[in-house]
Design a protein around this ligand. Structure first.
Ligand SMILES: [Cu+2]
Length: 412
């Protein structure tokens, strides 16, 4: 028994010490820890880019991009009825000043529509100098976080250069870094001390066993004294009265206040592109070859556009498989994203207008394993999702299809 306790204690100490160590790896946001089907079939990010990755404290920087909300949303993940786009940072190194979805100011959470495409932009301002790995990510209610592509930001200058002054609606300029700070500290302390005093009042006298004995002996009336009753009454009346009076005082001091917003923003997906639907892709089947670390996708491409198209890229989670036959420049990826020339197509001739062709794509790269996406075949929901990018080289047009299929593993 004693040795058990010792082992347990050592383990606890070990965990406490470990959790206090600084995280040195850039992968410490748990990007790979999420189940592959959540990373591949919920929010599918693309074209994410930063206005700059090197700037100074107090300078503005923006991140913009697009995401597709997968049609094939996993059954075990709650629907994105309240979702919040946030920025993952190691502490308050940036402040967010503006946020837009489809060009509209976006303050609250929003309901996303599966199948829709959205365009976002977040404006930030440097606060603490340093080099940080930053991601846009989605907080999905009841489902968790889905990370977007990460980037290294280098913030120069000195922390003292930072200013965060705003003008209130009454015209007063206030410094957001210190406004109301002492007030906040005072009230936290006040209520904390009051609560602690109430607890201590009851806890600092003989507790369970002696009280139980008195109860057994029929002396329950002596357990609660006159003073106890008096204090209880004072608290019961005093606390609500104090809250109401203070609320009234605050409301009178700041008559023009906008309450904290708790609604849902209503922002519809981008209108279907003019050319959407002109190139249709239907996934017929998907097989994952474990030994070769390759995903074999059979898709039917129906080109209803006016000119020939070729398949250029298949991307899923943070891995981009490019067709080396097309010289694709300017594919936007995060710093931790993997770009692989491992996409091969059995029949890579341009797909002519009006043509329907079944093609087999092979996306082969060790990234399936290193990015822990191959865990898919051991999931209860072995379906793959991703975006297929087709290019019309004549018009410079790009068509995007979200594809999904059940994956059959092949072990030899
Ligand atoms: Cu990161």
């Amino acid at each position: 028994m004693k040795t058990h306790f010792k082992t347990w204690l050592l383990a606890l100490i070990g965990l406490t010490v470990l959790s206090g160590l600084p995280m040195s790896s850039a992968q410490a946001h748990g990007e790979k820890a999420l189940e592959p089907f959540i990373r591949m079939r919920t929010i599918q990010w693309y074209d994410v880019q930063w206005s700059t990755q090197k700037f100074n404290v107090d300078d503005e920087v923006s991140v913009s991009g697009k995401f597709h909300v997968a049609e094939d949303w996993p059954i075990s993940v709650p629907k994105p009825e309240a979702s919040f786009l946030n920025i993952s940072t190691p502490g308050p190194v940036l402040i967010r000043t503006e946020r837009y979805l489809n060009g509209k100011p976006w303050v609250n959470s929003v309901a996303l529509q599966p199948g829709g495409d959205y365009e976002f932009k977040v404006v930030l301002k440097g606060r603490l100098p340093g080099r940080y790995h930053i991601h846009p990510f989605f907080n999905l209610k009841d489902a968790g976080q889905v990370m977007g592509p990460g980037a290294w930001l280098e913030i120069g200058g000195a922390a003292s250069d930072f200013s965060n002054t705003i003008k209130t609606i009454s015209g007063e300029a206030i410094d957001m870094e210190s406004f109301g700070l002492s007030n906040g500290i005072f009230w936290h302390l006040f209520w904390g001390l009051l609560a602690a005093a109430w607890l201590i009042w009851w806890v600092c006298r003989p507790l369970f066993i002696s009280r139980y004995r008195m109860l057994e002996a029929g002396l329950e009336h002596e357990l609660v004294t006159k003073n106890d009753k008096l204090i209880a009454k004072l608290i019961l009346v005093g606390v609500p009265v104090l809250v109401l009076v203070l609320n009234e005082i605050t409301a009178n001091r700041y008559p023009d206040a906008i309450p904290l917003q708790a609604g849902l923003d209503q922002i519809l997906p981008l209108p279907a592109q003019v050319n959407a639907g002109t190139v249709n892709v239907d996934t017929l089947k998907a097989e994952y070859n474990v030994a070769q670390r390759s995903m074999v996708l059979q898709v039917k491409v129906d080109n209803r556009s006016q000119s020939p198209v070729r398949i250029g890229e298949f991307s899923t989670s943070n891995v981009h498989f490019l067709n080396p036959a097309l010289s694709l420049s300017g594919v936007m990826t995060g710093d931790n994203d993997i770009t692989s020339p491992g996409l091969s197509i059995d029949d890579d001739k341009p797909i002519e207008p009006g043509e329907q062709r079944v093609v087999t794509l092979i996306a082969r790269d060790a990234a399936w394993e290193s990015e822990k996406l191959d865990g898919l075949i051991r999931d209860a929901d072995s379906r793959i999702g991703g975006l297929l990018f087709l290019y019309d080289e004549l018009l410079g047009q790009r068509y995007i299809s979200s594809i999904s299929a059940a994956v059959i593993p092949k072990f030899s």
